[in-house]
Design a protein around this ligand. Structure first.
Ligand code: DGY
Length: 317
């Protein structure tokens, strides 16, 4: 049986697959075009995809043999799940293993924006540091401040756990309220999203991208945020109306923002890169050696399960 991998993932998973299957890994640097992907995937029994691959109806209906599309990501908004379901093709993701790495990046962004780490680093490198000054690069405390977590699933909770250690108060908004014992664990108060954006000093996004979460952070909600508010997004870009956020940041209506993801990734809202109150990362939430290895193992396990005729452990439908 043949497995097609649309972009090279860590060897760990590839080697597991190679023990059992013929594995066709695209190893180029440039991304494959959709046409090229369709050609190479057509007769594959399993396809390993990346979060930037548009796995739409056309792609899914072009597959002749595939039993599984194993997405190398926890998010799977790049895949037309309904079309896969119609074709009886399993779709899997890689939940759990990237929770801590992604929570670390969310917290790194909170700290980097609040304490102006990137600006300060640039200042020193440019030879501008001539000595300690009482008002040099003043930022914001975390201690005693309120963190609003939007999407209190695995990653949201891991961020809340970090925030507890920093002496922050936690409020959260989630589709469903969490059981009392979990709320107690994080000393977290459930609020509605409009209250959350009004009372939080820091806001961290951890929702999947769905029809319901598209532009969840819109112009109106941005307008309700505190002037010292800092928003970080390590979830998916389109959860935020990026143009509206850009305008608020430019006019200093909120203090800052940290981006790991973008509405039109990899393209940025024009002007965003010129603002000094933002920190911009290239979607590296899960980018640690350990995590990416584990993600590749999960992908391989799911592919093996599907090709052995079983329902894969991480099927999303
Ligand atoms: C995911 O897996 O969905 C993440 O965005 C990757 O970093």
């Amino acid at each position: 049986m043949r497995v097609f991998v649309t972009y090279a993932i860590p060897e760990k998973g590839i080697n597991m697959l190679k023990e059992r299957f013929e594995v066709d890994v695209y190893t180029g640097e440039e991304f494959l075009s959709k046409e090229e992907m369709i050609k190479r995937a057509e007769y594959a029994d399993a396809i390993v995809t990346q979060l930037r691959d548009p796995i739409d109806k056309e792609f899914i209906y072009s597959l002749k043999k595939a039993k599984i599309i194993a997405n190398y990501a926890v998010g799977y908004n790049n895949i037309d799940i309904e079309a896969a379901k119609e074709r009886g093709i399993y779709v899997t993701n890689t939940p759990g293993v990237l929770t801590e790495a992604t929570a670390d990046i969310a917290f790194a962004l909170i700290l980097a924006v609040a304490r102006r780490i990137v600006e300060s680093d640039k200042f020193v490198r440019e030879g501008k540091f001539v000595g300690w000054k009482p008002k040099l690069f003043l930022g914001y405390d975390l201690y005693g401040k309120t963190l609003g977590v939007i999407g209190m699933g695995r990653i949201g909770q891991a961020v809340a756990r970090r925030a507890l250690g920093f002496g922050m108060n936690i409020v959260y908004y989630n589709r469903n309220r969490l059981p009392e014992e979990i709320e107690k664990q994080y000393n977290a108060k459930y609020v509605n999203i409009d209250e959350l954006v009004e009372i939080s000093d820091y806001i961290s996004l951890h929702t999947p991208l769905t029809k319901e979460t598209y532009h969840l952070i819109n112009k109106e909600r941005i307008a309700k945020m505190k002037p010292n508010a800092i928003l970080v997004n390590t979830a998916r870009g389109p959860v935020v109306d990026e143009q509206a956020l850009y305008e608020a940041l430019k006019e200093r209506r909120i203090a800052g923002a940290g981006f790991d993801v973008y509405e039109n990734e990899p393209v940025l809202t024009p002007g965003l890169e010129k603002l000094d109150n933002v920190v911009l990362l290239p979607h590296i939430g899960s980018a640690t050696y350990e995590t990416r290895d584990k993600m590749s193992e999960i992908v391989a396990i799911n592919v093996m399960e599907a090709l052995d005729g079983k329902r894969p452990s991480n099927c999303v439908w």
